[in-house]
Ligand binder design. Sequence first.
Ligand code: DAT
Ligand code: MG
Length: 159
Amino acid sequence: MNRPHSTITLARVVSEKTIEHTLVLIKPDGVKRQLVGEVISRIEKKGYVISGLKLMEPSLAILEKHYEEHKGKHFYQPLVDFMMSGPIVAMVVTGYRVIEGFRNLAGVTDPTNAAPGTIRGDLAADTGKAVVENIVHGSDSSQSAAREISIFFPDFPNL
Ligand code: DAT
Ligand code: MG
C-alpha cells in the first residue's frame, strides 16, 4: 500500500502513546479559597483519573527539593514561604498525555495572561505580591513528573 510518509509517522507516534502520571498541587491560595472541589472537578471532567490524593502541610525540605530549579531566582523565597502558608492538596493525576493536558487546563503561569477557561485564567489574578499565586502546580515534563511524584508520593508504584 502506498501511504504518504506523514500518515505512517503519525500512526507510529499514536501507537507509542503511553499512559502518564503528573503531579498536581492545589496551592495554599486554592485551599484557602475553597477551590479544591472546583479544581478536582475540572480534572475529572476532562477525563483524567486521580490516582493519589492527600491534604498536607509540606515541610521546608520537601519544598526545597520540589522547587530546586528555581533556587536563586528573585521569587524563590517568597514562593517557598507562600507554599508553607497553609495546607495544600497533592495529587497524582493519570491519563494519556496528562502532563501536557493538565498544563493546558491550568493555563500559563501568569494568571493575568492565562486564557479564560483555564484554572488560572478563571480563578486567579495577579495581586501584586512578590510571588505569583496561581492556584495550581503541574509537572512540566515526564522527567519532572517522575521526580516530583517521588518527592510527594514516595510509595507511588511504577514510575
Ligand atoms: P509554573 O508553575 O507555571 O510551572 P514556574 O515553574 O516557572 O511556573 O514557577 C513556579 C511558580 O513560581 C509559579 O507557579 C509562580 C511563581 N513564579 C514564577 N515566575 C514568577 C515571577 N517572575 N514572579 C513571581 N512569581 C513567579
Ligand atoms: Mg514549573
